[in-house]
Design a protein around this ligand. Structure first.
Ligand SMILES: Nc1ncnc2c1ncn2[C@@H]1O[C@H](COP(=O)(O)OP(=O)(O)OP(=O)(O)O)[C@@H](O)[C@H]1O
Length: 245
């Protein structure tokens, strides 16, 4: 069942020139979708718009069938749309446990919220690090903490911007496998990723954004088996043109 549905979405930072134009995009419960595309394609802008951190310029965003007001991050979180931003936005001087406690304190009153214990089961590596300041954690541990904190909000749609940034591939793979477990519980996961191969390994479906529109969209496994299509979409903004002779 569709959990997030955008139609004719226009978004951006300068009203006269939206960098997302007329985007139609939907995600099902339990689906992992990778948003790929070259620098400046509008991937981060899309996540910021979906999470209400910047107002949209046109179109609609529905979560569980309910239309979201534009530019209302609290409402987005209440509806179940939770963002892990690319800078991870941790309280660096607070301990791992304090960061998690703050998230529990902030969470909404929806029933069935995750407890700290439940999210630590996803990331057991954080257990011995609970007293350590977030700023002292390794990059991988910080990313785990950022995702654990987001899970405490009991997201219906988890948006993650550049999970792999600054992390070794082996660390990224282990975090991505946790995301598959999260998706198996029905949470939709939307990953903006520069690391195309790793993203295609974990995702069910991938969307290549170029200049704010969908240049290519297909099952991740299909794209992983034909990276030439992905490369052509990046280079030319079209995914299905024949390779030039
Ligand atoms: N705060 C801002 N003010 C004005 N323009 C911005 C701002 N942030 C991004 N942009 C512009 O919006 C466009 C889309 O940027 P966005 O960061 O969404 O792209 P992206 O696909 O996430 O790329 P990257 O991988 O480089 O982050 C770019 O042209 C960028 O220069």
């Amino acid at each position: 069942m569709t959990v997030l549905d955008c139609t004719h979405l226009d978004a951006g930072h300068v009203r006269t020139s939206p960098c997302i134009r007329g985007l139609d995009f939907a995600v099902d419960e339990g689906e992992v979708v990778a948003i790929l595309g070259p620098n400046g394609a509008g991937k981060t802008t899309l996540l910021l718009t979906l999470s209400g951190l910047i107002p949209r310029m046109g179109g609609t965003v529905r979560v569980g069938g309910d239309e979201m007001p534009s530019g209302n991050p609290r409402r987005a979180v209440r509806a179940g749309v939770v963002l892990v931003p690319d800078d991870r936005a941790l309280f660096r001087r607070l301990s791992t446990r304090q960061n998690l406690r703050l998230a529990i304190h902030q969470r909404t009153r929806r029933s069935g919220d995750h407890t700290m214990e439940e999210v630590l089961q996803y990331f057991p590596a954080l257990r011995p690090r609970l007293r350590v300041a977030a700023g002292q954690l390794s990059g991988g541990e910080q990313q785990m903490l950022a995702i654990a904190r987001a899970l405490l909000q009991k997201p219906k749609v988890l948006l993650i911007d550049e999970l792999s940034m600054g992390l070794a591939p082996v660390v990224v793979e282990s975090i991505m496998s946790v995301l598959r477990d999260v998706a198996a519980t029905g949470t939709a996961v939307v990953l903006v990723e520069q690391h195309v191969r790793l993203a295609l390994e974990v995702a069910d479906r991938a969307v290549v954004l170029v200049h704010g529109t969908v240049a290519l969209e297909d099952a991740a496994a299909t794209l992983a088996a034909d990276m030439g299509r992905v490369e052509r979409a990046y280079l030319h903004g079209v995914g299905d043109q024949p390779t030039p002779a």
